[in-house]
Structure formats: C-alpha cells, structure tokens
Design a protein around this ligand. Structure first.
Ligand code: TXA
Ligand code: MG
Length: 340
C-alpha cells in the first residue's frame, strides 16, 4: 500500500514524522526537492537501497545521490573533504548542486553503484530537509521515475510510476527548478562536470575556477566508468523525439516544414517549445530558460499520454540552465538532432 501525504500548502511535522519513521524502518518514501522528486531510502541500509534499484528498474552500477540536511554529515560520508567542497557548499547549499567525494566505508557499495566515491547534496526544500533531519539518516534518492522515463516534477508523476510499489509519497506540489541537480566530481583536478543541472556551470566556475566538462555531457562515447549514469538512455518518451537546433527563426521554420512532412506520412506530431505551431499537440514551455527547464519533463510526459508518433523539440542556447536543458533534450532524442 502507498500512503500519499498531501503537504502542498503547509508542512505538517506530525505527518513528516510518520514518513521519517518509514525511512528508519528501511521503507521507500518519495519526496519533493527543488529540482525533481526523489525516491528516498536510508542511504546506509543496504537492503533498503537495493529496493530503490528494484523499484526503478535501475542498473546496479548507476550510483545514487545521498541527501543530507547538515554540512557535518559530509564528513560522516566522505573520507576527504577538499577546501573547494566547503567553498561550494557554503555558497550553494542547500541547493541544486551534487558533489562527488571519496567514499567512507559506512556508505554501502550498493548506494554508490560499486564506486569508491559518493555523491552528496543538500536539497533546498523544506520538506526534504525536515524529512532527512527527522529520520536522522542520510537519504539516498535518485529521481522518482521508472528508469529511462522523464524525471518527475509533481507527485502525480510519481503516482503514475510507483503507486502500489512504494510505502509513501509526499506531495509538495510542483518542483521549482524542474531539472535535476548539477553533478561535479571533486576527486579529480581540475574538477569535472558530470551532469549539467539546476545550478549553472558559470556559477560554479566563479567560485572554484575552471571546470572540465565530461565529454559524455555532449553525448560523446567515451570511457564512462566515472559517470555511469550517462551511458543509459534517458528521459525518453515512447514517441520518436527530434531536437532542432540553431538560430531561433530558422528553428521555427524547420519545425513547420517537419510538421508538414510528418503529417503527409500520416504521423501524429507533437511540438514542445516557445514558438507557435499548428501541430497535433503543442506544449508551450515558456519564454525564459528557467520556464523551459521547469516545464520540460512535464512536456515530455504529456506527449507520452497524448500518444503522438513524433515529438519535435526546439533547442535552446547552451548557457546557464540551457546546458542542462539541451543535455536532457538530446538524451530524450537519442541524439537525433537537426541543425539548421
Ligand atoms: O536533483 C537531483 O539530483 C535529484 C533529486 C532527487 O535530488 N536526484 C537525481 O538522482 O537526479 P539520479 O539518481 O536520477 O541521478 C544521479 C546522477 C546519476 O547520473 C549518477 O550516475 C550520478 O548522479 N552519480 C551518483 N553518484 C555518483 C558517483 N559516486 N560518481 C559519479 N556520478 C555519480
Ligand atoms: Mg534520474
């Protein structure tokens, strides 16, 4: 049975205590963060963490992020904490930044996908922070979606994927950022960006200087031992997704052309973007890159439900949050990209 706790309007500490107790008992609790919903379990409980992998259908070598509510927990989880980690944490935590550090033995290898490092983040969401505090455990939480599907930005998305399969879902309304956290590896020098996300790379570089972008961020096929999450197909709706990249006007022109072409072939076409189109389904993402990030996964899930054959997606400029948006879009498209 799945308990759904509604906490959209205000935090109910008594109900959160129930969820926290479930975490302590090794159960699975989905909860909101500022990025996307997480599927949480006690990060130090091997059996509980194994259940996360089973529920998601997640490959065992794809490590989880461990969520904390207080900086002191970093020292309990990580063997070494470089000065840069402290600088970043001070500036950006709680927030959409995940830091990879050398793992301490207390963190089971199941949690870290067999790696000798551990990814840590302090989420900027009152419900998440309170849940971690009350459970008195670090909470391992991947995005609360079935492996390969778009990440959930509302409790409804979590219900769609996990109702009846996990013990509890805390509904905190729609998430504010909408793409997952930025993941940075500080076990190497210079630091490596493993996944662009809710915190723009430019902000990080202001604090610790130049960061190397892992080539897999752009979909290059390389040695993925360090960033196992990147080798799996992701965010993919059932429809064929195509990203159209280039200057704004040319992109819109190309999309209109492709709509006509696919319609001639008898296909149902969906478009996601900010322009206006005459497609079978259209999901308006918004006018700013923040809006686009916030609505992206919802749009992809919408297209699935609408049952279109093809989704055409407008590309955005790859700066600020745009780097994360393009990374997710290209993955969703399986790197089918049209450049104009
Ligand atoms: O915003 C987020 O990060 C959300 C919320 C729930 O916090 N969580 C999330 O988790 O997106 P997940 O599991 O969907 O993505 C975690 C990413 C994966 O790409 C994984 O490979 C990478 O972080 N990761 C985790 N631990 C790692 C490690 N030790 N070394 C390298 N990459 C790691
Ligand atoms: Mg995920």
């Amino acid at each position: 049975m799945t308990i759904i706790i509604n906490m959209k309007d205000k935090i109910d500490e008594r109900k959160l205590k129930v969820a926290a107790r479930l975490i302590r008992e090794g159960k699975l609790v989905a909860f909101p963060t500022e990025t996307v919903y997480g599927l949480g379990a006690d990060a130090l409980n091997e059996r509980a963490v194994k259940r996360i992998f089973e529920a998601k259908g997640r490959p065992a070598d794809n490590p989880l992020i461990v969520h904390i509510a207080d900086f002191s927990q970093v020292h309990e989880l990580a063997r070494e904490v470089p000065e840069e980690a402290e600088m970043l944490a001070k500036k950006f935590w709680p927030g959409p930044l995940t830091i990879v550090l050398p793992r301490r033995e207390v963190v089971p290898k199941v949690t870290t996908g067999g790696l000798d490092t551990v990814a840590i983040r302090m989420p900027a969401h009152e419900i998440a922070l309170k849940l971690i505090e009350l459970s008195e455990r670090p909470i391992a939480a991947p995005s609360a979606n079935i492996s390969g599907k778009p990440s959930p930005t509302s409790a409804e998305h979590v219900v769609d994927d996990f109702y009846g399969k996990i013990e509890c879902i805390i509904d905190g309304g729609e998430t504010r950022i909408g793409v997952e956290s930025t993941v940075i590896d500080l076990t190497e020098w210079p630091p490596v960006l493993l996944r662009p996300g809710g915190l723009p790379l430019e902000e990080i570089e202001k604090v610790i200087g130049e960061v190397r972008i892992h080539p897999a961020v752009y979909g290059k096929k390389v040695d993925l031992a360090k960033a196992p999450g990147m080798k799996y197909r992701h965010y993919a709706p059932n429809a064929e997704v195509i990203v159209i990249e280039g200057p704004r006007e040319k992109v819109e022109e190309k999309i209109r052309e492709l709509i006509a072409e696919f319609k001639r072939k008898g296909k149902r076409v969906g478009v996601i973007g900010s322009g206006r189109y005459n497609a079978d389904e259209f999901f308006f993402l918004g006018n700013t890159v923040e809006d686009v990030a916030r609505n992206l996964f919802k749009a992809l899930r919408h297209m699935d439900r609408a049952g279109v054959d093809v989704v055409l997606a407008e590309g955005v400029e790859e700066k600020g949050l745009g780097l994360a948006v393009m990374n997710r879009l290209r993955k969703a498209a399986g790197y089918r990209i049209v450049r104009v």
